[in-house]
Design a protein around this ligand. Structure first.
Ligand code: NAD
Ligand code: LMR
Length: 336
């Protein structure tokens, strides 16, 4: 029996993500929470003849905490795409003032109603919203760093697609699983194309082509924001990416060796986290590949940090500098 709750289920990401979760045979109960429109989304999804039960929860007023509590109670996994998306000209950090409070409120609900759940944070700015969830759970004495995930999967999805587009006759996007490390905004996104099976293709590119490719992964979100022209940011590719991480986590409940990149707290209770932390300027949060298990993150695969080339080291150093500020901002929001 696995209960999954989506907070922000009526949104642009929330709806397709909930649809994908509804189709996963491991999910027995799908709980949908939003502050608008969620009864309609719930009624619609509930007609699908998959085996999970669907329920929706809408607060009756701003003060009503019962709907959130009911939606979360007994959840094994909570996915959070709640909050506002960017418009052209905005950075993800510009969303902080609105989304920080939303995320803190949802994290308080999780602390009270399903403290053992896996928590997957999609809402931007991820570099700061994940520390907000961590600090809120800590304050409530229920924090387990092994179960907190910042969703950076869309960066990997883009990295795989974009390199394949450069070698259309030799490759397919599914040939690749690029490690993209760091954070989830602009220059904090560091794709490691030199490693693994992308290395040979990447080495065929000129310096200019390499820079263009890296830049496209780092600023891929802007392509969608501009194309949507004020109507939001990536939703469908994000729902796919968020589902991919959730699916892997559910798979790892029964299978060993499942690995995904995620933005995690490099807490010393996690195997490999202390070693990783030393290699990333002592940052508390960073995206790296991790091995998953039923108990959460089993191990951080930090060794790739010792294999990166000189160009990637430079990208890493820029990412570290920006990330430290983003992390501090999230931590301060909860503690001040
Ligand atoms: P959206 O506006 O379409 O949907 C957001 C939903 O959140 C809305 O339905 C809204 O009612 C709901 N909401 C607001 N406050 C809430 C609360 N307190 N509790 C529950 N629900 C609440 O936005 P979207 O396009 O789905 O994007 C959502 C977030 O995801 C944005 O912050 C966006 O920047 C982020 N995002 C992250 C990634 C990533 O890679 N991590 C990718 C794309 C978008
Ligand atoms: C993305 O990478 O598409 C998301 O973070 C949304 C955004 O604001 O670009």
């Amino acid at each position: 029996m696995v209960k999954v709750t989506v907070c922000g289920a009526a949104g642009g990401i929330g709806q397709p993500l909930s649809l994908l979760l509804k189709l996963n045979s491991k999910v027995s109960e799908l709980s949908l929470f939003d502050v608008v429109n969620v009864p309609g989304v719930g009624a619609d999804l509930s007609h699908i003849c998959s085996d999970s039960k669907t329920q929706s929860f809408l607060p009756s007023s701003r003060e009503d905490k019962t709907a959130l509590a009911e939606s979360l109670k007994g959840s094994n996994l909570v996915v959070i795409p709640a909050g506002v998306p960017r418009k052209p000209g905005m950075t993800r950090d510009d969303l902080f003032n609105i989304n920080a409070g939303i995320i803190k409120g949802l994290a308080e609900g999780i602390a009270e109603n399903c403290p053992d759940a896996f928590v997957l944070v999609i809402s931007n700015p991820v570099n700061s919203t994940v520390p907000i969830v961590a600090e809120t759970l800590k304050k409530n004495n229920v924090y387990n760093p092994k179960k907190l995930f910042g969703v950076t999967t869309l960066d990997i999805v883009r990295a795989n697609t974009f390199i394949s587009q450069l070698f259309p006759s030799d490759t397919k996007p599914t040939d690749f699983n690029i490690n993209v490390i760091g954070g989830h905004s602009g220059e904090t996104i560091v794709p490691l194309y030199s490693l693994g099976n992308s290395g040979d293709y990447y080495s065929k590119l000129s310096s200019e082509e390499k820079s263009k490719l890296i830049n496209r992964v780092q600023f891929g979100g802007d392509e969608v924001v501009q194309a949507k022209n004020g109507a939001g940011s990536a939703t469908l590719s994000m729902a796919y990416a968020g589902y991919k991480l959730a699916e892997s986590i559910l798979k790892a409940f029964d299978e060993p060796g499942v690995i995904e990149c995620t933005y995690l707290n490099l807490d010393s209770s996690i195997k490999g986290a202390a070693e990783a932390k030393k290699l990333v300027g002592d940052l508390e949060f960073f995206s790296l590949p991790v091995e998953l298990s039923k108990e959460g993150i089993k191990e951080v695969k930090y060794e790739l940090l010792t294999k990166i080339n000189e160009d990637e080291k430079k990208l890493l150093s820029v990412a570290i500098d920006q990330l430290s500020k983003n992390i501090e901002k999230g931590v301060k929001f909860v503690n001040n």
